[in-house]
Design a protein around this ligand. Sequence first.
Ligand code: PHE
Length: 454
Amino acid sequence: MARPRTSIHGQWSSRWAFVLAAAGSAVGLGNIWKFPYITGQNGGGAFVLVYLACIAVIGIPIMMAEVMIGRRGRQSPINTMINLSEEAGRSRYWSLLGWSGVIAGFLILSYYSVIAGWGLAYVFRTAIGMFHGADADKVGAIFKDFLASPERLLAWHTIFMVMTMVVVARGVRSGLEQAVRFLMPALFVLLIVMVGYAMHIAAFAKGVEFLFSPDFSKLSRDSVLIAMGHAFFTLSLGMGAIMIYGSYMPERVSIAKTTFLIVGADTLVALMAGLAIFPIVFDNGLEPSAGPGLIFVTLPLAFGQMPGGALFGTLFFVLVVFAAWTSSISLIEPAVTWLVENHGMCRLTACMWAGIVTWLMGVGTVFSFNLWSEDKLFGKTFFDLLDYLTANIMLPLGGLFIAIFAAWVMREADVREELAMVNKFGFRLWRFLVRYVTPVGVVIVFLNAIGVIK
Ligand code: PHE
């Protein structure tokens, strides 16, 4: 198979379009919803530190590798892997990496859409003033009541899936690119407002301390795995999303520089979300370890009390939905491009198939908050299990093999050509990291989690 120099699916109009799209993929529910709640469940500071270390040592090198592979292959992750393994004269079995990515994308989107649906519901709930003057008990009761209704969760999940598929169906430039242009900057501004509000709360210092002063006794083996898994999840790594976005990247755009921008923006948004949320948690005597509902029982409290809260609250949840939207499109893009390339489908038909299958899977997540909430496997509900399997196992494994492929399988000359780093030391450092540090790091965290090493 000859290696195409542009993707048949399109190309970003500029370097900035790529940065915005990739940042749009990275910044999502992972930053605003998941990061605060898992930080709360895993004891705060020490967990945050491990997460930041994983971003730096594992996340950055792997993102560069994934973008590089994508741009060189210029096809869906499955076909890109076939192409590049042929280029390197290696086994076509590397396409399995593309497959595991497509499957992980399906699984993640199936629950991601349900949670994004909660966000949608809360747009309307804040808008009609449902939380005005409410105390912690009332806000908690409203959320519990909401989760108990499979019909409502299902309806919002359906709406969000349709929203996602409409953008994906419109394609690279008029769909994906337009969507992220305005939404990302707006989200940033609103988060600054929220942090500004939190700074005036008496418990702000306590929130900061919880996030940034590490107490390693609170860190379990599992916490370390969760921190690493989250580094992959939040940067959209290990499943082909960043690879496919890289395949739409123009030639001659610096992969290293754009990676730093994307990772920087993503990390900043997560830390800001933490700074906005934990002061409210402590101020109201709530439990940091409340779980997936954390932002839905803390933020409405703040919106119910602050002046103009209905307006800010509505805007905030609108932006949460937008952040989720720009991520969800990248979760399904690898599958859609593969259906177009290998099954001769048009984009619209491919979207419909991919959307229907994902929607069906999502029903399991909807039920795990009500009808099936007592049905557990390994002590986890269907949703917990999906989340654990994808974020903590599939993505790090995918990332591990991406690193191995970029550093050990592809020819060095090809990699050097594609990365085109002017800074020779930078290239050597990157190669050293993906060759040794990153793979060893991932393996150590895995072995540690299953108790093989201490
Ligand atoms: N990075 C997204 C978030 O933080 C989730 C995501 C994971 C998107 C994997 C694409 C691929 O919400």
